[in-house]
Write a protein that binds this ligand. Structure first.
Ligand code: HEM
Length: 452
């Protein structure tokens, strides 16, 4: 990876993120949050933020700390900020979840804990943005995938700003008609900036480079990819510009959301076309599990907008939005994340363990670190469980939903065991392992060595 460096804390971000995913799935199996309680209930908000901040945002931050240097071929700036940001995000998330648990009367803490959590989260995300921002600033002009990341980070700033405004209003620290109206009408803007901008646009940008790296697909600056970025950014600008309409609760809000929806659908359609082209033009004909398993995520990305349009046309968006968000979050975003982690963890572990030995002694291939035949069925089980989970949510069968989330949880645990085995080189022979000395599961080597 020319000019890039190994991000020492990315594995720690990944480990914390996976724990949050498993925690969220355990809560859903236990019948916590939607569909057992209302979608706007504090229990659901707790579950939503454990998933969107604890799992998806932490994972994305960890991945960007490793991949932005790859995207711009420059070492990460201020790498010492990475562990500080991780700590701030975890503490902020803890406080935010306590704030929601207090609203649900599960625990009793001062109401100010909710917005306080939001502030600490904002500083944590800000620290990541500063480090990535400086790295990209020094590498101008930016490559196209890096521009997607810039748009994603800008959306994160918008998501956190809106979220903190909600938290301040809920805690009674921010009053007035505008703030209340924003809380009542602004949640879709917050969710679209978070799931559409920060999560999806960033994942799209990273995926263009990951396809080139892992499938040897042509890494060229396509006009269609520029259109994806343009439509995506246009959607986000319209969403952000809709904020004053949400504060004033005027008719304009639904018109703005409709325009944003159309722009978003264009971006998704063009992206889908690009992905098909990349698969077709790849030089590595034998598809590896990370690319194969990602097909499930793309399937969810195709079904979600069709479901959205169906719900809109049948006037059932308010009852179906839970199932739609579930499919988008656990099918598309989490499916893509788990698929790519299968390769990224092997790739980074290989770099840490074997790259220094290249040319000095025989080294295994990256693919020797994984066990694809035994891991593949679990990705199938994961996607089937998410598909049936979304369906049972849509037709309001909460018990069946919990059963399918149980299967999803089991599949997630099995996939995590495969990550664990890859990380500790357990798929290699004992001899090759013995001569290497294993990396620490998730702490950087220098920290791991400190321990007695
Ligand atoms: C500092 C960070 C954040 C804070 C303080 C925050 C705060 C909030 C609050 C207070 C609500 C509830 C509004 C209401 O009463 O209906 C909410 C809803 C929501 N937030 Fe966040 N949020 C943050 C970050 C995020 C991120 C990063 C995402 C996504 C990537 C996200 C996704 C959502 C979603 C989907 C909802 C709607 C949930 C529902 O209605 O069930 N939030 N957020």
């Amino acid at each position: 990876m020319p000019g890039a460096s190994l991000s020492r804390w990315t594995m720690t971000y990944f480990a914390a993120a996976l724990l949050c995913l498993i925690g969220a799935e355990v809560l859903m199996v236990a019948g916590f949050g939607y569909p057992a309680t209302a979608i706007e209930a504090p229990e659901t908000l707790l579950l939503v933020h454990l998933t969107t901040i604890g799992w998806l945002s932490l994972l994305m931050c960890g991945a960007l700390l490793q991949f932005v240097p790859v995207l711009v071929a420059r070492p990460l700036q201020w790498p010492l900020l990475s562990p500080i940001a991780l700590l701030l995000i975890l503490v902020g998330l803890g406080a935010l979840l306590c704030g929601f648990a207090n609203m649900a009367e599960i625990i009793t803490v001062p109401t100010e804990v909710l917005p306080l959590g939001g502030v600490v989260l904002a500083v944590g995300f800000g620290t990541v943005i500063v480090s990535l921002g400086r790295t990209m600033w020094m590498a101008r002009p930016l490559t196209l995938p890096a521009k997607f990341v810039v748009a994603g980070l800008a959306s994160l700033i918008g998501t956190v700003t809106l979220g903190e405004t909600f938290a301040l209003t809920l805690a009674g620290l921010l009053g007035g008609e505008e703030a209340l109206s924003l809380l009542t009408h602004g949640v879709p803007l917050h969710a679209l900036l978070g799931l559409g901008g920060w999560m999806t646009l960033t994942a799209m940008g990273a995926s263009y480079r990951l396809f080139a790296m892992f499938m040897l697909a042509p890494d060229i600056d396509r006009f269609s990819t520029r259109l994806v970025l343009f439509a995506g950014v246009f959607m986000l600008v319209v969403v952000a510009a809709a904020t004053p309409f949400a504060m004033a609760a005027t008719m304009g809000l639904s018109v703005m959301l409709l325009i944003a929806l159309l722009a978003g659908l264009c971006a998704l359609a063009l992206y889908g076309r690009d992905v098909v082209t990349l698969y077709r033009q790849r030089k590595r004909r034998k598809i590896e599990l990370n690319a194969y398993a990602a097909l499930g995520a793309f399937g969810a990305l195709v079904i979600a907008p069709i479901l959205l349009v169906g719900l809109l046309l049948s006037g059932q968006l308010s009852t179906g939005v839970g199932a739609l968000t579930y499919l988008f979050v656990f099918g598309w975003l989490s499916g893509l994340a788990l698929s790519k982690l299968h390769k990224i963890i092997a790739f980074m572990t290989w770099l840490e363990s074997f790259a220094p030995l290249l040319g000095k002694r025989p080294t295994p291939r990256v693919q020797d670190l994984v066990d694809e035949p035994h891991a593949a069925p679990w990705f199938g089980a994961y996607y089937a469980a998410v598909g049936f989970g979304a369906l049972t949510m849509l037709v309001d069968l909460p018990i069946a939903f919990r059963l399918f989330v149980g299967v999803q949880l089991f599949a997630t645990l099995a996939i995590t065991v495969h990550f664990y085995r890859t990380r500790l080189l357990l798929n290699l022979s004992a001899e090759s392992r013995a001569s290497i000395g294993t990396q620490h599961l998730f702490f950087p080597q220098s920290i791991a060595r400190i321990r007695p």
